[in-house]
Design a protein around this ligand. Structure first.
Ligand SMILES: [Fe+2]
Ligand SMILES: [Fe+2]
Length: 167
């Protein structure tokens, strides 16, 4: 944890890169136990990221100019959660794990690109730096809390029916 203010867009963008990097390590790892460990870590990171966006970032940036993008983003989150929930129930050395994992990785990268190209530039115009720093701080606190509670990835299993509402 840092005491420096964390600007929300910068914070989320850095998490995108970190998650992509971690996802890139999973399939090249051939030892099933190690692969599972990497995958679980990626699942936790993805889950706390989605949570921070759904509970804090998206509601805060909701405006007429962003609503369509946010609704589409929430549907993409749902798709990611479904893939993650499926994968958590599979053995990491199954052939179908690899196929499904590739879809998760591709969809995650696509989703990051959409947020960074379509959503974040609008948010930058809508909100000043101070507000974005407050949001970053709130997200960091929520994520720390979820991580302390242990294995945040397990929560997605109960969130696969429908997309989170836009609050
Ligand atoms: Fe997202
Ligand atoms: Fe994101």
């Amino acid at each position: 944890m840092t005491d420096l203010p964390i600007e929300a867009i910068d914070y989320l963008t850095r998490q995108h890169r970190a998650l992509e990097q971690l996802l890139g390590l999973v399939l090249p790892e051939e030892d099933p136990a190690q692969r599972k460990q990497l995958f679980d870590r990626a699942g936790d990171q993805l889950t706390v990221h989605l949570k921070a966006e759904e509970d804090i970032f998206y509601p805060a940036v909701k405006a007429s100019r962003t609503e369509d993008i946010l609704l589409e983003s929430l549907e993409e989150h749902l798709s990611l959660k479904r893939l993650l929930a499926d994968l958590l129930a599979m053995a990491p050395d199954e052939k179908t794990f690899e196929a499904k994992f590739k879809v998760l990785k591709e969809q995650t990268e696509h989703h990051h690109k959409e947020e960074e190209e379509n959503l974040f530039p609008k948010v930058r115009k809508l909100m000043d730096d101070t507000v974005r720093q407050e949001l970053g701080q709130k997200m960091a606190e929520l994520q720390a809390r979820l991580k302390r509670a242990g294995e945040p990835r397990e929560a997605v299993v109960n969130e696969t029916d429908s997309a989170a509402p836009l609050k």
